[in-house]
Design a protein around this ligand. Structure first.
Ligand SMILES: Cc1cc2nc3c(=O)[nH]c(=O)nc-3n(C[C@H](O)[C@H](O)[C@H](O)COP(=O)(O)O)c2cc1C
Length: 199
């Protein structure tokens, strides 16, 4: 029924398709330029995000965009949260934690506001937010921008959520660093075959 594909075929996406070219090119950005993306670009990315599949059209995604000095809010929250979790933590570790907020000119904090629903389990609402992040990321690649998706302890820390105005009951799905990429993660060749059964 399906043409047989070799492992090489499976790890190679047809780059003449713009969507698959963006999928193939997507890598985590390791270093960002200080040049911030424009407001119009950020809005276009958020618009791409909210086109994600969304069971029940509940729009469970929430976005907080931090740029410029507003990133200090996040830096302070990261530092406070780390000190609360580890009261003996060294000052240089706190300084490194603060620096995370300034890795990129823009941060998009993506959270999920999931509510009990008769037909849409909470996990499906979270997954929709993950799909929104992927839409945003691929659109960013297509625009020449880069993303790094981070979570870590801070994502699950109520102090960080409070500082960012995220309700306690909402889930942080990702801290997205966004900007013009200067360095990206090395290429890799993921393959689907070993994780696929054809029935
Ligand atoms: C929900 C989620 C949370 C993640 N959190 C982190 C993180 O805290 N730190 C990190 O280095 N990578 C994190 N990653 C993984 C990276 O974003 C990245 O996708 C992965 O390292 C593979 O590299 P690539 O994006 O270049 O393919 C996370 C990915 C997902 C899906």
């Amino acid at each position: 029924m399906y043409p047989e594909m070799t492992p090489a075929d499976l790890s190679t996406l047809d780059r003449s398709s713009p969507v698959r070219a963006a999928i193939a090119a997507r890598r985590s950005t390791k270093r960002f330029s200080e040049q911030p993306p424009s407001r119009a670009q950020i809005e276009a990315l958020l618009q791409a995000a909210v086109c994600a599949p969304d069971h029940g059209q509940l729009a469970p995604w929430r976005f907080a965009v931090l740029q410029g000095d507003a990133r200090g809010l996040f830096a302070d929250a990261l530092a406070d949260a780390l000190r609360s979790r580890m009261p003996e933590v060294a000052d240089d570790a706190v300084a490194r934690e603060r620096e995370k907020a300034f890795r990129s000119p823009v941060l998009v904090v993506v959270s999920a506001h999931a509510e009990p629903h008769p037909k849409v389990p909470v996990v499906e609402q979270w997954v929709a937010v993950g799909a929104a992040i992927q839409n945003l990321w691929l659109a960013a690649v297509e625009m020449g921008l880069g993303v790094a998706w981070k979570t870590g302890n801070a994502a699950y820390d109520g102090r960080v959520k409070r500082a960012l105005g995220i309700p306690e009951e909402d889930a942080v799905i990702g801290f997205l660093h966004l900007g013009v990429p200067l360095a990206s993660a090395p290429p890799r060749a993921p393959e689907a075959a070993s994780r696929t059964r054809w029935l």
